[in-house]
Design a protein around this ligand. Structure first.
Ligand code: HEC
Length: 136
């Protein structure tokens, strides 16, 4: 019985150590945090709400994204949401801003993955280069 308890204790310790190290290793935009489909929706929305004033390349060239390095995706989304479209900030739904940011990431050559970016997890995703130029 004693041995059993010791064993369970060890498993618990290992699990704790694992979760601590998992927390330290931050998720970044390099690890496929948005899906192709989400970026596709973002492209559509960008066309409807942003293209009158911006070309997508604007945010995928000249080191634009480098300026966001070290910030969270949440910071970027909230910044855009509170300032754009310039003539009516916050007009879109929050999920729509997130989709648009997925499109911007895709334009920066960041890899798509299986999951979509969702509001709840955005603070835990760090923006980090390298950023390529327009992927398509
Ligand atoms: C009515 C025109 C207009 C529309 C529509 C518009 N913007 Fe802007 N946007 C501007 C202007 C003006 C600036 C400031 C000058 C610049 O950086 O181009 C700006 C700046 C930006 C910046 C850069 C801010 C910075 O300094 O880092 C981002 C990112 C941005 N817009 C995203 C968007 C997105 C995404 C949309 C669509 C949801 C959008 N904008 C719609 C006019 C517009």
């Amino acid at each position: 019985m004693k041995r059993m308890t010791l064993c369970l204790g060890l498993v618990g310790l290992l699990a704790m150590a694992w979760s601590i190290s998992a927390q330290e290793e931050a998720t970044t935009v390099q690890s496929g945090v948005f899906s192709e489909e989400q970026a596709g929706r973002g492209e559509q929305l960008f066309g409807e709400a942003c293209l009158v004033c911006h070309q997508p390349e604007e945010f995928a060239t000249g080191g634009y994204m480098d300026g966001w390095s070290g910030m969270s995706v949440n910071d970027f989304v909230e910044f855009v949401r509170s300032t754009m479209p310039e003539d009516n900030p916050g007009r879109l739904k929050r999920e729509e801003y997130i989709d648009i940011i997925a499109f911007v990431f895709q334009q920066n050559g960041l890899p798509a993955g299986e999951t979509e970016m969702e509001r709840a997890g955005l603070k835990d995703i760090q923006i980090e280069g390298p950023f390529g130029e327009s992927a398509q």
